[in-house]
Design a protein around this ligand. Structure first.
Ligand SMILES: [Zn+2]
Ligand SMILES: [Zn+2]
Length: 172
């Protein structure tokens, strides 16, 4: 009986995930501490190098830079791993206004498209300039090109990309 209870406990998936989560948290904390120590150490080396550069000449303490700079790289890597969640949410917060800015200034075409989709754009574009056009538009509001043609049989006005007249069924 006791034996069975033990096996149950070991194989309980909830226990395992809890344990993994705790381990993961511990690893994250260790990563953060190592990253901070490395970056602080690197900073100390670089400051030493710069200070001695000014007082004793560049080559004298060049090795401090040689040690400090790779430490920045390694520390940065650890920081990226340890602070991934924090950096991720920071990037999202920072880049959201950037994307809006991009849409406004760099890619007005995309904003036009978004606007058109909001107003029920069906995917039709002006055959002349490629701007999105609504199904009820007779002329492109960007370049003024005609978006309609006349059925040769009944004279009905149909959109430029129609294959058949919707009044008499003539192939266009
Ligand atoms: Zn057009
Ligand atoms: Zn027709």
């Amino acid at each position: 009986m006791n034996n069975m209870n033990d096996t149950n406990n070991v194989n309980n998936p909830k226990n395992i995930t809890e344990e993994m989560k705790a381990k993961h948290r511990r690893n994250k904390i260790i990563l953060k501490i190592v990253a901070i120590l490395l970056l602080l150490g690197a900073l100390a080396f670089i400051v030493t190098a710069i200070v001695s550069w000014a007082t004793e000449g560049f080559l004298k303490n060049f090795w401090c830079l040689m040690v400090g700079l790779p430490m920045v790289g390694v520390g940065g890597m650890f920081a990226m791993m340890g602070f991934r969640k924090e950096i991720g949410s920071y990037m999202v917060n920072e880049s959201a206004p950037l994307v809006n800015q991009y849409a406004k200034n760099v890619a007005p075409g995309i904003t036009d498209m978004t606007q058109a989709v909001k107003q029920g754009w069906t995917g039709a574009v002006c055959p002349n300039c490629g701007s999105p056009v609504g199904s009820d538009q007779n002329f492109c509001n960007k370049c003024g090109a005609s978006l309609t043609k006349q059925c040769p049989k009944c004279g009905n006005t149909v959109s430029q990309d129609s294959n058949f007249c919707d009044k008499c069924g003539t192939q266009l």
